[in-house]
Structure formats: C-alpha cells, structure tokens
Design a protein around this ligand. Structure first.
Ligand code: ASP
Length: 336
C-alpha cells in the first residue's frame, strides 16, 4: 500500500512567531518522523508540501485546484492519499476535492489538528495516524475527513468547534467509521452520479446569504446587487422565508429572472429542505428557487463554485444543485 501525503499548511505543521502561529519552514523534516512512526505498518509513504503553505483561512478555489492537480499528478504512484490541512476551511476543501475527484479511483483522507505537531498534548499525531489508517483500510471511498477518532464523509462535514479535539461533525449523516479496537465501519453511503473529466476550479461569483427575522426587501436587494451567478440561501426550518415581508420574494424572483441560480438550504443542521410544506417556502419555490436538500453550507457553496467552473449557469446549474455528484446530499425521493 503506497500512501502519498500532501501538507498544505494549517496548525498541524505551524510554528510560533511574534505574529502568532504561522506555517513553519522545512515541514517535510518535521512531519517525516511523525509519518514514519504512524505509518510503520503501512509500507511506502511519500510526502510533498505545497508551496506556499497557507493558513486555510487564506484558501481559494485556486488553492483547491493546486491540491487536485498534485493528487492527479501522483495518482499512478499512490494507492491512497492523505492531505494535511488547516481546520478553518477543511470542510470546504473536502467538498471541493469530492466533486472534482469522483474519477480518481483512490481514497483521499483529509486531516489536521487543533495543536501543532510536537506541542504538549497535541492531537496531531493521533489524527495523522488515524488518517493513514483510514486511507490504508481498503474500505474508505471518495473523500473522507478524519478528526478526533472519527472518519466523516468529507462533503458532509462541518467544523463545529474552534477548540475541541473532536472539532468536526457530519450532522446530517452518521460517521463513516469510528477508530477503536477494532475500528467500526458503517455501511458505505451512495456515491453520487460522479463528474468525469471536470474543468479546473476558478473563482466564481457565488454568495451565501443567511436569512434573519426582520430582514427587509431593501437589505436583500442590496446584498444581491450586482446580481451574483448563484445564491445559497440559508432559510429557516424546511426552507422558509418571511412570507409577510413586502417585496422579499420579488427580489429573489427578479434575481432568478436575471439568470441567478437560487438554492435553498436550511439553517438547521439536520433535516433538509421541503419547499412546498409551508406557504412561506412555497413562495420561494414559485419564485424559481430550488432545494439544496440536506447539504451543508460549505458543500452547497463549493458545489455552486464547481458547477460555475464547469460553465453551468441559471436553471442548468440549479438542476445539478439538487442532484448528488459525490454523496453530498440525499436526493432519494422523500420516504425512500
Ligand atoms: N487557522 C488554522 C487553519 O485553518 C486553524 C487550524 O489549522 O486549526 O489553517
């Protein structure tokens, strides 16, 4: 089993500086010992570090693409991949890799840590060991996120804690596996429709908007001016919008009429969207908004960027937002 590890930056390999933690010099040397220790039983482990290393708060669609290009370039020399990444936007990167690598045919496991490798009590070494073990398991598929003893579906994960060692959750679905003696694996989730030969990620005009009680049409209009190509609208409950607020749905209808795809997800962490259930959600559906089912905001935003990067716009983009590419949403009919 040959595992290729890519260090992209993040706390796991950071060092102290007068400005706080920064990506440290010579990460290969510092990570090498930890990888050898953790991967003793695995066989061949190779390591590359991306240049420049970044704090993942600085990640962009171009950074996702650099990781993807690196994985594709070493695909013939690796049976599985581990990515060491900052935690802040790890869920976004996992989603990005999941859409773009459905044809890779090898598992990718992303991990990081809350404390740098080598710090007293750090979670870095156990997370690296768990990610290597998951990658080598021959059971992992697609893109997973290993953190705090659990392997989660990468495009279902959210960063739920800025400090806890079990910082990530996948609120809508069960973990893929729990580390232990032995590891416990859940049945593999449906893989999605896939996307052969994707075009590279580029920066796109997609926005995430959170509804709040008291939002006015004028405020929403300002937030959507100029019109973006896609809006991920985090609505209440099963996908509701204040129905009694004059002009609010008209703003969305006007944006949709001008070619903006409006995708509704829920502010709830579990449950997903059912647009026709209440009049308040029906108004959104009538305006031409589509359901993003039970996608996380991270998965939905990144998916819009992915689809826009493929050249899709408007209703073509909206149709794919409700269809699973890589297991990021449950698109089975209700009750199935
Ligand atoms: N700011 C860091 C990053 O995301 C946080 C971390 O790695 O935990 O790169």
């Amino acid at each position: 089993m040959r595992i290729h590890v890519t260090y992209t930056g993040g706390t796991i390999g950071m060092v102290d500086s007068p400005r706080g933690l920064v990506p440290g010099a010579d990460p290969e040397n510092r990570l090498d010992a930890a990888l050898k220790e953790a991967g003793r039983s695995i066989g061949g482990i190779s390591l590359t570090a991306l240049s420049p290393l970044i704090d993942s708060s600085d990640a962009t669609p171009e950074s996702w693409q650099r990781i993807i290009d690196g994985l594709r370039a070493s695909a013939s020399e690796a049976d599985a991949f581990v990515i060491l990444h900052g935690t802040d936007t790890m869920a976004h990167t996992c989603a990005a890799l999941s859409y773009a690598l459905t044809d890779l045919g090898r598992p990718v496991v992303v991990t990081g840590s809350q404390l740098p490798l080598g710090a007293v009590g750090s979670d870095a070494a156990p997370n690296i060991a768990g990610a290597l073990r998951a990658a080598a398991s021959r059971r992992a598929r697609g893109v997973g996120l290993f953190f705090g003893h659990r392997l989660l579906a990468g495009n279902r994960a959210v960063k739920a804690s800025s400090w806890a060692f079990d910082a990530f959750d996948s609120p809508a679905v069960a973990p893929l596996a729990r580390a232990g003696a032995p590891w416990r694996w859940a049945p593999a989730p449906p893989p999605g429709a896939g996307w052969p030969d994707p075009r590279p990620y580029t920066r796109q005009d997609a926005v995430v908007i959170d509804l709040f009680p008291g939002i006015t049409a004028a405020r929403l209009e300002a937030m959507l001016t100029p019109r973006p190509d896609a809006v991920i609208l985090r609505a209440f409950g099963v996908g509701n919008i204040p129905d009694g607020e004059p002009g609010l749905t008209d703003v969305l209808a006007s944006a949709i009429g001008a070619g903006t795809a409006v995708v509704v997800i829920s502010q709830c962490h579990q449950g997903g969207v059912r647009l026709g259930r209440y009049a308040a959600g029906d108004a959104l559906a009538r305006a031409g908004a589509v359901s993003g089912a039970d996608m996380t905001p991270e998965a939905a935003y990144v998916k819009a960027v992915f689809l826009l990067s493929q050249g899709l716009r408007g209703s073509g983009l909206a149709a794919w937002m409700g269809r699973s590419i890589a297991g990021e949403l449950d698109d089975r009919p209700a009750g199935a």
